[in-house]
Write a new protein. Structure first.
Length: 312
């Protein structure tokens, strides 16, 4: 991989991927509709980064293909799709807000094919796996407040199925990655997990989620490194789990972080409980990442938490 096209480069993971690609001196073409991001890219003193602003019009796909076809060498390029949008955030909104992402995903596969690129990496979440078990387990027949499906999860499943189908017919290698909870190493975003960790740096108590659902917490920089390895060596039709490889409930992670941040205090064990947990510890295993790319995750939760504590 000598170059990369990224859609969704303005998000936390997208920015981290761009930073890691710069370190590896890989040329980057970012596609987006944000004028603000266009201005931010101009400020970066690096000739290997270029931004293409997608026109907000009916025939944007044809226009984009025509404009950027001469900017890349297809056999050396990987297409990364990190784009997703709800109503105001990532996971909110109704069916009309979320399902628009499905058609966009398919159009981006068509863009990949028209540009002659042979590898497409799509980013997903653990919500797709939870949704699959939710339906297969008949949980939807007996609604439970501790577990709910949402339009985000359904749309993610639909996007995976339809875009992989498009890639198969277009003879494009399709890699899909599942990502759990991602944080900025400087805790600069205003998300629940980051705010909770910031609170725990000051005091040993914070709001503990009621759910006992398993998750994994990773830094965006580690996820960026892993995405590059998938771009280089990921296999067609493989679904990869990214992250540190460990897992716990958010309550248990917060408890662990509090003990590390305040070793002088006698903090009791977490007692967060829930009736149902759809995910299993083996779901967070990064074995295929290591098997196919040779890359061993550089982070564990202990390494990440120690880094957060040291830099606070």
């Amino acid at each position: 991989m000598k170059s990369a096209i990224i859609v969704g480069g303005n998000g936390l993971i997208g920015r981290a991927l761009v930073e890691e690609l710069i370190k590896e001196e890989i040329s980057i073409l970012i596609l987006g509709s944000s004028k603000e991001m266009h201005e931010n890219i101009k400020k970066i003193k690096n000739s290997k980064i270029e931004y293409y602003q997608i026109k907000n019009q009916k025939f944007w796909l044809e226009e984009t293909i025509k404009d950027i076809k001469k900017k890349i060498v297809p056999e050396e390029c990987v297409f990364f799709n990190l784009a997703w949008r709800g109503k105001t955030g990532l996971v909110d909104g109704g069916i009309e807000d979320q399902l628009g992402n499905v058609s966009l995903s398919c159009e981006l596969v068509k863009l990949t094919q028209q540009l002659g690129i042979k590898k497409y990496v799509a980013t997903g979440s653990m919500e797709e796996l939870k949704f699959k078990r939710y339906v297969e387990g008949d949980y939807w027949l007996n609604p439970n407040e501790s577990i709910k499906a949402n339009w985000y999860a359904l749309s993610k499943v639909s996007a995976l199925m339809q875009s992989s189908f498009e890639a198969y017919h277009d003879k494009i290698d399709f890699c899909y990655v599942r990502i759990s909870v991602v944080i900025d190493i400087n805790l600069n975003t205003n998300k629940f997990v980051e705010n909770s960790l910031k609170s725990l740096l000051k005091t040993s108590k914070t709001n503990v989620p009621k759910t006992n659902e398993l998750c994994n917490i990773s830094s965006s920089s580690e996820i960026g490194k892993q995405l590059i390895e998938i771009g280089k060596s990921g296999l067609n039709k493989r679904i990869y789990t990214l992250g540190t490889g460990d897992s716990a409930s958010l309550g248990d992670y917060f408890n662990k972080f509090a003990k590390m941040a305040h070793p002088q205090l006698n903090i009791p064990e977490s007692n967060s409980k829930s009736e149902i947990s759809l995910l299993k510890k083996e779901d967070f295993d990064t074995k295929y990442l290591t098997l196919d790319t040779g890359y061993e995750p550089k982070e564990t939760s202990e390494i990440l938490f120690n880094r957060l504590i040291r830099t606070s």
